[in-house]
Design a protein around this ligand. Structure first.
Ligand SMILES: [Zn+2]
Length: 253
């Protein structure tokens, strides 16, 4: 006589467990910020034997952009990310930041046509290498900025800022920011530490120089808890296969 009621309660328990699993699934998927991927690219160009590990072939770059498009990612700037962190400005569903360090020529010549095709913009981190062979000219940078790219600073001379005197630091950070703003006629509020080197003195100089966002080369998805001037990024290397690109996009490393 007791058997059917045991069966019935077992049935109810498994139903409850299934319901709890469904609720847990939705709670986990509703977590708003699991971190935002800020990808680091350098040169986008055909590879030769001597090319560095950060140089990405345009064909591979196209696969990256196509994947982002297919997965419903929208590119945002660091200015938009700052507005989200400080003013709760809403972000698109799958935001990604595409940053390009050093101002290489291939960003204009090879990356930009592909990005345009997929509707993406990026953030340029430039130095006074601009105009030198292999690097973008001012007019190429201005053209990208007029199409929605954000202009950021990567310091004046791409120096290891840990080794610079306080005076030199002001020139590398604050003075170069104002020079870029005068030259290109746009506010420059994002800073990328050259080679990723920073300490508290350097971060203070970046804040006092008037920057709102700072990005490092420490691997990981960006989260406001890391500090607005020391956000993590996701470096993309030449040897990363598509599978590791997809993993890095999701978990930052
Ligand atoms: Zn650099």
């Amino acid at each position: 006589m007791k058997l059917p009621s045991i069966r019935a309660s077992a049935g109810i328990i498994s139903l409850l467990l299934a319901l709890m699993a469904v609720v847990a699934f939705f709670l986990v998927s509703a977590v708003p910020d699991r971190g935002i991927p800020i990808l680091i690219y350098h040169e986008i160009g055909p590879l030769g034997d001597g090319d560095r590990e950060m140089f990405i072939d345009p064909h591979v770059f196209r696969l990256h952009m196509r994947h982002l498009k297919e997965q419903g990612y929208t590119s945002i700037t660091l200015k938009e990310l700052h507005a989200h962190y400080t003013k709760r400005q809403p972000l698109p569903r799958n935001p990604v930041v595409l940053t390009f360090d050093d101002g290489y020529q291939g960003v204009y010549e090879n990356a930009w046509p592909i990005m345009k095709e997929f509707g993406f913009v990026g953030v340029l981190f430039v130095t006074d290498y601009l105009g030198k062979p292999g690097y973008m000219t001012d007019s190429q940078v201005a053209a990208l900025v007029s199409h929605g790219f954000e202009l950021g600073s990567h310091s004046r001379t791409h120096a290891n800022l840990l080794t610079r005197s306080d005076e030199e630091l002001i020139d590398e950070v604050g003075a170069y920011k104002h020079e870029l703003e005068r030259r290109f006629g746009v506010p420059v509020t994002s800073f990328a530490y050259p080679m990723g080197y920073f300490d508290q003195r350097v971060v203070d100089a970046v804040r006092e120089g008037g920057f709102l966002i700072g990005v490092t080369v420490q691997e990981g998805l960006a989260d406001v808890g890391q500090g607005l001037l020391t956000l993590r990024r996701v470096p993309i290397f030449r040897y990363n296969c598509m599978r590791s690109f997809i993993r890095k996009l999701k978990i930052g490393r």
